[in-house]
Design a protein around this ligand. Structure first.
Ligand SMILES: [Zn+2]
Length: 245
């Protein structure tokens, strides 16, 4: 039998039952195990953890704990210099690519409007999501924390809010995306890239009024959908300006 104590910091407390939040938790274990297993026994996904101190020393997930260990668990910090210690989440890829679970359609479309690469299918299975994280190196966005607790999922984020506006804010903050935003460069419907297109080339696709009033068009290179600055555009522009001032 081992006696350990563990404390979770900052927003990792979101994952804990209320009586365990912001307090030193004492736990008895039947056998030696890794610090990752201990952390996930509290339903805190490892993808949310960026720094673990055991008795004041930074360790990685595979560290095996001993009787009497004191464990401190910290989330991914946006701006906090812990470069001298072992950060457990890899630094963001230069080109961040996401995959969203089937409940995050609205969020997906908004992130695409901001120019972010987000794969989405409303009939995608959990295994396909995980496969895309492992093989396509996409970052999993989900509201299902069990998915983030799968061992092979090394990049992911548990979306906290139910409100798509707030969800967009969360993701921009967590992945420090301000400089990665390229509004109106990506198809909200299919994630394809938009390119300018000559009006003559797509004339047959336009409604009579659109033909009359608009001159500049963009076309999705994947699904061929045509975009222009029509009446819906103002609303989108207000949304974009909020995140990309
Ligand atoms: Zn498209």
């Amino acid at each position: 039998m081992l006696e350990i104590s563990i404390r979770f910091y900052e927003e990792l407390n979101d994952f804990l039952k209320s009586d365990l939040r912001k307090t030193e938790i004492r736990k008895t274990l039947n056998h030696r195990t890794t610090v990752k297993d201990v952390i996930e026994s509290f339903m805190v996904p490892h993808t949310e953890v960026d720094l673990i101190l055991v008795n004041g020393v930074s360790v990685d997930f595979s560290h095996r704990i001993d009787d009497g260990d004191q464990i401190s668990v910290y989330p991914v910090f946006e701006s906090f210099d812990i470069s001298a210690v072992t950060r457990l989440q890899q630094r963001p890829l230069r080109d961040l690519r996401f995959i969203a679970d089937c409940h995050l359609g609205t969020l997906t479309r908004r992130l695409r409007i901001l120019g972010l690469d987000v794969e989405f299918r409303n009939d995608i299975t959990d295994d396909e999501l995980v496969d895309s994280v492992v093989n396509a190196k996409r970052i999993l966005l989900t509201r299902d924390r069990r998915l983030l607790m799968r061992k092979v999922v090394d990049r992911g984020y548990l979306v906290r809010s139910q409100n798509p506006e707030e969800q967009v804010d969360e993701i921009i903050k967590r992945f420090d995306l301000r400089r990665n935003l390229r509004p109106f460069t990506r198809c909200a419907a299919c994630n394809g890239i938009l390119e300018p297109v000559e009006k003559a080339e797509i004339l047959h696709l336009l409604e009579p009024k659109t033909k009359l009033y608009f001159e500049n068009f963009y076309q999705c290179q994947t699904c061929q959908k045509v975009y222009w600055r029509g009446s819906h555009f103002e609303k989108l522009e207000t949304f974009v300006k909020k995140h990309f001032p």
